[in-house]
Design a protein around this ligand. Structure first.
Ligand code: KG4
Ligand code: ZN
Length: 342
């Protein structure tokens, strides 16, 4: 407990390539959030190598947890519980966080709660906005996921749309890698896009008016690759900025259109956006413009908590703790755990 009697939760997140630990009081007050990025390790391969990711997590997990506790000036004796991401994600990566969390829970004699990574992303809105209107429709858009989630409450969520193939972040990352723009691809592509013309290259808006609230980005990726081949024959590099801007606009058009159509359909009281791709300024501005035009309240996760972090895990874990939804010792990693699924 802290001085105000709020339970303190240690969050652990290792679902992909970031080793994260955080200390959060009362579900929303972030006392520390440590993220150790593995970007330099994976950059030379142009993408995440699962085996390298889990080995690096093993090296980093204990120092990262120590740093989170030190920064928060909290000892293990003050912790109410440990919240750990158990899925979805890379199984080897998930197991490092989960095994560490189990060991600490046993050693410190405090309960463990199992958190869904995508639901935790959706919860990141609460870290910035506190009490959010419910139900709201949350666009969770990252490298691993692109989903529309109706949030009735932090622990009651329903997936109403997902991607049929690639996630939005994956499409951006792959094209950025192909164009040699830098790693990680999403932020690099955004920088290039700022120098280009979004109307210069004609790209499709896949399934924008079909397939309900589901997305599809693999066709767009192929179209962008074909355009890259055509444009590169002209020489120079200016076309790369134009293609980056056009691709970013195509992805954002689809995301914004589906999000607001779904919000209206499901009578959401607000629209939210979170996940790594939601730190993209063009997406944030486009969502803000549409929200203003439709008179809808917009909730955006803060930049710090868009990409993977453990504060969102500890925050959502606090709600599980309050409900006494503790995980048993048998709890396992769930690489394909869908948000809202028991
Ligand atoms: O949430 P996150 O850290 O990890 C997953 O759960 O996947 O998201 C990482 C994804 C990557 O695809 C990355 O390229 C993308 O988010 N991303 C961006 C930006 N920053 C990160 N995409 C576009 N613009 C950005 N500024
Ligand atoms: Zn994520």
């Amino acid at each position: 407990m802290d001085r105000d009697g709020r339970e303190i939760v240690l969050g652990i997140e290792t679902s992909c390539d970031d080793t994260c630990a955080a200390v959060v009081a009362g579900g929303t007050e972030v006392l520390s959030s440590v993220v150790s990025s593995q970007d330099p390790l994976h950059a030379r391969f142009g993408g995440i190598v699962p085996e390298h990711a889990s080995r690096k997590h093993l090296e980093l997990i204990v120092p990262v947890i120590d740093q989170a506790l030190d920064t928060a000036a909290v000892s293990s004796a003050s912790l109410a519980c440990i919240a750990v991401t158990t899925g979805p994600g890379l199984v080897g990566s998930l197991l490092v966080g989960l095994s560490t969390a189990k060991a600490l829970s046993l050693a410190w004699g405090i309960p463990l709660v199992a958190v869904n990574h995508v639901e935790a992303h959706a919860y990141s809105l609460c870290l910035r906005h506190g009490n959010v209107p419910e139900p709201h429709l949350c666009l969770t858009v990252s490298g691993g996921h692109t989903a529309l989630i109706m949030v009735e409450s932090p622990l009651r969520t329903r997936t109403v749309g997902t991607t049929l193939d690639d996630s939005a972040g994956e499409a951006l990352d792959k094209i950025a890698a192909h164009l040699g723009l830098g790693y990680p691809g999403g932020p690099a592509l955004e920088e290039w896009a700022a120098k280009g013309d979004p109307h210069s290259v004609a790209l499709p808006r896949p399934v924008i008016d079909s397939h309900g609230f589901d997305f599809s980005f693999s066709g767009l990726k192929t179209a962008a690759l074909l355009e890259a081949k055509r444009l590169s024959s002209g020489g120079g590099a200016a076309w790369k900025a134009d293609l980056a801007a056009s691709l970013q606009a195509a992805v954002v058009d689809v995301l914004v259109h589906k999000t607001f159509t779904a919000a209206q359909h499901f009578e959401a009281r607000a629209v939210g956006a979170c996940g790594g791709v939601a730190s993209n300024l063009y997406l944030r501005e486009s969502l803000a413009r549409q929200a203003k035009a439709e008179g809808v309240q917009l909730l955006l996760a803060s930049h710090e908590f868009c990409t993977d972090n453990a504060a969102m895990v500890a925050g959502l874990g606090w709600h599980l703790f309050r409900e006494q939804s503790f995980a048993s010792w048998q709890v396992d990693a769930r690489p394909s755990w869908r948000p809202g699924e028991e």
